[in-house]
Write a protein that binds this ligand. Structure first.
Ligand code: AMP
Ligand code: ZN
Length: 458
C-alpha cells in the first residue's frame, strides 16, 4: 500500500519512495537544552514518533537520528544576542554543561513517559565540533563564506535558489524596510562560526582555523545528519518554525558543500498554542509534562490528545480537551482489557486502517476507525487483535494496561469484621462507631446482598 507524505519542499503530497528500501533514514531536530521541554515541543516529538511508527508499520526499517542542541542557538535568529545555553546558565546559576545534562535527562524521561520510541542515535552538538569545523572548511573551500569582526558567515547570495524551502521573497526583503544586518552582506546571511566575545569568557568555546569561538546553530544539523545518514537521506523533520531559517540554512550549507538538498522529504509539525499564541520557552509561557502529571493526568492522555488532531494544523491546548482525552483513553483501555485474549486480525479493517495512516499520518481518522471497531459486531478476539495491531502506531500501551487493584489493609478488614459482629448482636452504636473509624481511615463500607463491601473513598 502506498504511503503519502506532505513534503514542505515541494508543497505537495508525495508518494513516499525511500532511497534504499526497505531502509529509511530519518533526521529530527532535537531540543535546545537551556530549559525544560514544554508540551508544544513534545507535540512535535509525538508527531515524529508517529511518522516513525507508520514507516515501520509499512515494513520499513528506520534509522532515526536526533540531535541535542547544546551550543550555538542564539536568542535571535539574526545571529545576534546571547547563546541560549549561556543565558540558561545565568538564569539557573549552573554551568552551561550542567544545564545541558540536566535538561537532556528530563527531556528523555518525558519522551519515555509519552512512549516515544528511542532514536537509533542521539547526537550532541558539542560532541561533533570537529565535524562542524570540517564542514565549514568545505563550504569555505567552495567560496561561500566571508569574515566579519564577529564570525564567519554564509553568503546566501551565492546560491541561486536560496530560501526555496520557505519560498522566501529575497528581492522583496532586500528592497523592503531596512533590516538590522550589522556587518552581514545580506539580511539572510548567517553565522557558521562565531568568535568568542573578547570582553567575556564563554563557557563553551573551541579552537578553530578561524579563531576561538563556537559553531552557529544550523551547521550542527547539516554536519551530524551527513555524518550519520549521508549527504542525501530520506526524511528530515522538525517544527514549523524551522522552515524559514534553520532548515533553509541547513539546505544551503549542504548544497554548498555536497551539492545535495540534504533530505528528499521535509516534514514539519505545526505548533501547539496556548491562548491562541505559540507556546515557547523563551516567552516563559509554557506548560511542562510534569505539570500535567502533577494535576493528575496520565502522560499517555496527552499523547491521545495530540493524536486527535492532524500534525499539519495548529492545535490550541485547553484543559477540557485533556479531560476529554483522559475519558476516551480510559474507556478504550477498559474495553480492550475486557476483550480478553487476541484472536486473528480482520484484513479488511486492517487495510482501512493502513489507508488512513498512509494518508499523511491521519491519526484523527485512524482513531475514529478504532472507535468504529469498538462498536462493530466483530468478535472480541478479533477486535483485540486488531486494536493491538493499531496500537503499534498509536503507542498508547493498550496491551499493558490493567485495572488498578485496590488492596484493603488488614486493620480495615478487622474493623469491618468487628462491625459485622456488632451488627449481628444488634449493637448499633458500636457498629456506627466502627463505620466512622473505617471512614476516617479513608474507606467506605456498603452493605450489599452478598455482605459488606469495602472500597477506598472516591
Ligand atoms: P527548540 O528547543 O526550540 O529547538 O525546539 C525543539 C522542537 O520543538 C523543534 O522541532 C521546534 O520546532 C519544536 N517546537 C517549538 N515550539 C513548539 C510549539 N509551540 N509547538 C510544537 N512544536 C514546537
Ligand atoms: Zn536542526
Amino acid at each position: 500500500m502506498t504511503l503519502h507524505l506532505y513534503d514542505t519542499f515541494t508543497r505537495s503530497l508525495r508518494e513516499f519512495v525511500p532511497l534504499n528500501p526497505p531502509h529509511v533514514s530519518l533526521y529530527a531536530c532535537g531540543l535546545t537544552v537551556y530549559d525544560y521541554a514544554h508540551i508544544g515541543n513534545l507535540r512535535t516529538y509525538i508527531f515524529e514518533d508517529i511518522l516513525r511508527r507508520v514507516l515501520q508499520f509499512n515494513g520499513y526499517t528506520v534509522t532515526h537520528v536526533q540531535n541535542i542542541t547544546d551550543v550555538g542557538h542564539l536568542v535571535s535568529d539574526a545571529d545576534t544576542g546571547e547563546d541560549k545555553m549561556e543565558k540558561g546558565s545565568q538564569r539557573t546559576g549552573k554551568t552551561a554543561w550542567e544545564i545541558a545534562t540536566l535538561y537532556t535527562q528530563v527531556f528523555q524521561e518525558d519522551l519515555r513517559q509519552l512512549n516515544v520510541l528511542e532514536p537509533t542515535i542521539w547526537c550532541k552538538a558539542t560532541d561533533h565540533i570537529p565535524e562542524q569545523i570540517a564542514m565549514i572548511a568545505c563550504i569555505e573551500g567552495k567560496g561561500f563564506t566571508y569574515r566579519t569582526s564577529d564570525g564567519i558567515y554564509f553568503d546566501t547570495s551565492r546560491l541561486p535558489d536560496y530560501g526555496y524551502l520557505a519560498r522566501l521573497n529575497l528581492a522583496g526583503q532586500q528592497a523592503g524596510i531596512r533590516v538590522e544586518q550589522g556587518e552581514k552582506h545580506h539580511p539572510t546571511d548567517f553565522a557558521l562560526w562565531k568568535f568568542s566575545p573578547p570582553e567575556a569568557q564563554r563557557q563553551m568555546e573551541w579552537e578553530s582555523p578561524w579563531g576561538v569561538g563556537f559553531p552557529g546553530w544550523h551547521i550542527e544539523c547539516s554536519a551530524m545528519a551527513a555524518k550519520y545518514l549521508g549527504p542525501l537521506f530520506d526524511i528530515h523533520c522538525g517544527g514549523e518554525d524551522h522552515i524559514p531559517v534553520h532548515h533553509t540554512n541547513e539546505i544551503a550549507q549542504t548544497q554548498a558543500c555536497y551539492g545535495t538538498n540534504l533530505a528528499n522529504y521535509w516534514l514539519h509539525g505545526y505548533f501547539l498554542q496556548l491562548n491562541e499564541s505559540r507556546m515557547s520557552k523563551s516567552s516563559g509561557e509554557f506548560l511542562r509534562l510534569q505539570l500535567l502529571i502533577d494535576r493528575g493526568y496520565d502522560p499517555l492522555a496527552y499523547r491521545y490528545y495530540c493524536l486527535n488532531s492532524v500534525y499539519r494544523a495548529k492545535l490550541n491546548f485547553n484543559w477540557e480537551g485533556m479531560d476529554a482525552a483522559t475519558t476516551a483513553l480510559n474507556r478504550l483501555r477498559q474495553t480492550v482489557y475486557e476483550w480478553g485474549a487476541p484472536g486473528s486480525v480482520d484484513e479488511e479493517f486492517l487495510d482501512r486502517f493502513q489507508a488512513e495512516i498512509n494518508d499523511d499520518l491521519n491519526m484523527p481518522r485512524a482513531l475514529a476507525l478504532a472507535w468504529e471497531l469498538v462498536k462493530s459486531d466483530r468478535s472480541a478476539a478479533t477486535k483485540k487483535a486488531m486494536m493491538l495491531m493499531m496500537d503499534r502506531v498509536f503507542g498508547l500501551r493498550l496491551a499493558e494496561w490493567q485495572p488498578a487493584v485496590q488492596t484493603i489493609p488488614d486493620e480495615i478488614n478487622q474493623l469491618a469484621q468487628q462491625r459485622q459482629t456488632a451488627r449481628a448482636a444488634k449493637n448499633w452504636a458500636e457498629a456506627d462507631r466502627l463505620r466512622q473509624q473505617i471512614v476516617a481511615a479513608g474507606f467506605e463500607v456498603q452493605d450489599t446482598a452478598v455482605g459488606p463491601q469495602i472500597q477506598p473513598k472516591r
